[in-house]
Write a protein that binds this ligand. Structure first.
Ligand code: T46
Length: 134
């Protein structure tokens, strides 16, 4: 989880994000998920090379991250916190609150060939990329 800068004054709060400073990658793409119906699930894939930062700009949702060995459920509900997801992490998003907005900063342009959308294929490649245990 990355804590982003917060500038607070009587007019409200301001948060900013600089590529290469608050995130270790240069930001090539921004997209956002919104108007997500109650009970909907998104994600269900991993990326080969893409780095991303997920931020709950409004409302809240959960992200389940999975490196092929362990899973962790993370609740995002603050617009000054970002969840950094490196390559080769399976992610699933659910539990979207009404009116929530998930903004994503991405290190690459959209490329469908960067996705593992099949969990078994992801697992076999996650195994191959994992460091050997002595
Ligand atoms: C991720 C989670 C958090 C594009 O044309 N351009 C884009 O930049 C993106 C992200 C998607 N698309 C197209 C591809 C599909 O035809 O939009 C459609 C829906 O994409 P997808 O099913 O991958 O959406 P999510 O919400 O399941 O996943 C997205 C990102 O794809 C993924 O990288 O981490 O949000």
């Amino acid at each position: 989880m990355i804590s982003l800068p917060r500038i607070e004054d009587g007019r409200g709060n301001l948060t900013f994000i600089e590529g290469g400073r608050h995130v270790d990658f240069s930001i090539e793409r921004v997209y956002y998920l919104y108007d997500v119906p109650g009970g909907a699930e998104r994600g269900g894939h991993a990326h080969k090379v893409l780095h991303q930062l997920l931020i709950a700009m409004s409302g809240s949702f959960d992200v389940v991250i999975d490196d092929g060995r362990e899973k962790q459920r993370v609740h995002l509900n603050r617009s000054y916190n970002g969840l950094y997801i490196c390559p080769m992490i399976w992610r699933e998003l659910d539990n979207f609150s009404s009116g929530s907005v998930c903004m994503v900063l991405a290190s690459e342009m959209y490329d469908e060939t960067d996705y593992y959308r099949d969990y078994r294929e992801f697992l076999s490649n996650a195994d191959r990329n994992s460091s050997p245990v002595s």
